[in-house]
Ligand binder design. Structure first.
Ligand code: M6R
Length: 610
């Protein structure tokens, strides 16, 4: 969703701000803007649409300065208009960018109106700019004005502020939204995401909840929620520039689909380095936390939720533990019955998803302290709020549609299931060796599945003109059907539904006709014969079938039944391999329909609002 970048330097920061905003584009946005302090004035450029349009306007205006802030906005309060785009300015003196939502903005707006402030936008953000301005009028520094202001705000924010009366300072604050400071040589930066500043520096400080900070060219001072100066650890970011570049690919989604053998191999390597299914993989307190787990509660959204649904089959079968999987936004408003022996597992690519974060807080408030985060961004909010962490090593995922994050999440969740099974004495040494072996061979099987791309692309041509599609699967492949449907609807805008194949005749069969393509994930497992019967039910109603089945299954093509053979059945890890062709199908269908694959309409990469 929204992105922030800011810089104070002895060189022109405008190219840095524009480059940073371009790197934040993947998060999803609908307008962009920058503001700089130059020659005792605040100058601003804002545009709806792409960063490139805003960049052209900034160039045309000859904008250049040593101090500036930039923003990509994903509209929440107020429509997609230039006047609602950030930065917001108060009285021509200070400019501010904001991520998050100010819940008490209406009350503050009334108060500020009474103080004589006029509003130019419908945003919650503009009140923050005027509040800081109001405090500055009491004769305090920019930092003190920011610190006084945040104490009057309810809600979530990451803020960066500049003021023409103080051209050597950039101030910033964080509560509930990610924000980090980048440390350069004679220059410093602020950003909501390390990718925005990684071309300038890798040395970063992650601000804590309630922190404020003051940046000059020469240094950075950080203050905690009680305004006491504090030292925060300096990290060296591992995000690689290559993972942020497209390289020879047409889209990030295509690149990320093809990176999966490497991403899975890296994630498996982390497990092998730790000596296999060892509790220590999950953190230093893992032995104690995992020792007497009585059940597992998984919380996640979207694709990460589907990873959780797959994991339930593994956790029940391998670890012998009851496992519930909930959509985070539903769980957080249910009257859940807390169990202190329950392991609460959150799954997230970004580690920033607000609903998942709030669901975790709610789970903890019910006395559930055994918490584990499976996450692709190590320093993000969810791992920091969890006792245990398993880091998926997918590398930066830029395409809005999650692909390599999903398959690496599945690897991590499988590892959790086996580790829990081992701790409970249900998985002996020979089985552990078999499972490790299966993981070692997984990147190769995934590569074989990727080699099916030309065949899948031919199917995509048949899907492109359709309005609807059904995806069916059973057992661990049912969540893959759900994921296939989500991928297709998300990037091609074709309405698609995933169903357990056995549910077909309880409703969705009514939809089946010659215009409804039906995708079936039918590997050669114990449920294959049952899936075959379900396929007959569809064929009898004239539905056209597109079946992904194993090389060694007895399934064959016939009239109205198209078959693509995935690699030899890989046993328990089969859902990971079958995720690949459904990703490819969505990607090629979107290509054929000419949609914006990496930035599908209305969607954002990290969903940091409710
Ligand atoms: O970052 P997270 O894994 O927490 O994100 C959860 C969902 O927003 C995400 O998986 C979403 O469904 C994807 N765009 C699906 O491709």
């Amino acid at each position: 969703m929204c992105g922030i970048v800011g810089a104070i330097a002895q060189r022109d920061v405008v190219p840095l701000l524009v480059d940073g905003l371009k790197r934040l584009e993947y998060r999803g946005y609908d307008s962009a803007g920058i503001a700089v302090v130059v020659a005792d004035s605040v100058r601003r450029v804002r545009r709806t649409g792409r960063v490139a349009e805003m960049e052209a306007a900034a160039l045309a205006e000859g904008l250049g300065a040593n101090l500036g802030i930039g923003h990509t906005r994903w509209a929440t309060h107020g429509g997609v208009t230039e006047s609602n785009a950030h930065p917001h300015i108060s009285d021509g003196e200070l400019a501010l960018v904001h991520n998050g939502i100010i819940e008490n903005h209406e009350a503050q707006r009334e108060r500020l109106r009474a103080l004589g402030y006029a509003f130019e936008s419908q945003t919650d953000t503009e009140v923050v700019a005027h509040l800081i301005h109001h405090h500055r009028k009491q004769g305090v520094s920019l930092l003190a004005a920011l610190q006084a202001t945040v104490k009057e705000l309810h809600g979530a924010y990451a803020l960066a502020v500049i003021d023409k009366r103080d051209p050597a300072t950039l101030v910033t604050a964080r509560m509930g939204c990610p924000l980090l400071i980048g440390l350069g040589e004679g220059e410093n930066f602020v950003a909501s995401d390390v990718s925005a500043i990684v071309s300038a520096t890798r040395r970063v400080i992650f601000l804590e909840e309630g922190d404020t900070a003051e940046l000059t060219c020469d240094g950075v001072r950080v203050f905690d929620a009680s305004d006491a100066q504090v030292m925060r650890e300096v990290h060296v970011s591992e995000v690689s520039l290559a993972s942020l570049e497209l390289g020879p690919y047409r889209h990030f989604m295509q690149k990320e689909i093809h990176e999966q053998p490497r991403a899975i191999a890296d994630t498996v390597e982390g497990i092998l380095d730790a000596g296999g299914f060892d509790a220590a993989l999950f953190g230093k307190d893992a032995d104690a936390v995992l020792a007497d787990v009585a059940s597992v509660q998984i919380l996640a959204c979207g694709t990460s939720y589907y990873a959780g649904l797959t994991a339930r089959y593994w956790i029940e079968a391998i670890a012998g533990l009851p496992c519930a999987v909930d959509i985070a936004s539903e769980y957080r408003y249910r009257s859940v019955v807390g169990n202190p022996k329950q392991l609460v597992v959150t799954i997230s690519q970004s580690g920033e998803t607000l609903d998942t974060m709030e669901a975790l807080k709610y789970a903890k408030a019910q006395g559930q302290d055994k918490t584990l985060s499976i996450c692709n961004v190590p320093e993000s909010a969810l791992p920091r709020a969890s006792k245990l962490v398993l880091h998926t090593r997918a590398g930066a995922e830029i395409g809005v549609a999650s692909t390599k994050a999903f398959t690496t999440q599945l690897v991590a969740l499988f590892t959790l299931a086996v580790t829990l099974g081992k701790l409970r004495g249900r998985v002996d040494t020979a089985q552990q060796a078999d499972f490790l072996n299966a993981l070692r061979h997984l990147p190769g099987s995934v590569q074989h599945a990727l080699n099916l791309e030309p065949q899948v692309a031919l199917w995509a041509e048949k899907f492109a003109p359709r309005q609807h599609a059904l995806f069916l699967g059973r057992g661990t492949h049912y969540p893959i059907a759900l994921e296939g449907a989500l991928k297709l609807k998300e990037i091609s805008y074709i309405h698609a539904e995933g169903y357990p194949a056995g549910e077909l005749k309880h409703g969705p069969l009514a939809l089946v006709d010659t215009q409804m393509p039906v995708v079936v994930i039918a590997p050669n497992d114990a449920l294959l014969e049952k899936v075959k019967s379900n396929i007959q039910e569809v064929r009898a109603r004239g539905g056209e079938m597109f079946v992904f089945t194993d090389a060694d299954s007895s399934f064959s093509a016939s009239e109205g039944v198209h078959v693509i053979r995935t690699p030899r059945h890989v046993g328990i890890l089969s859902p990971i391999v079958h995720a690949i062709p459904v990703q490819l199908l969505a990607y090629h269908t979107a290509l054929a329909r000419g949609t914006d694959v990496d930035k599908p309409r209305n969607l954002a990469k990290s969903v940091t609002v409710e």
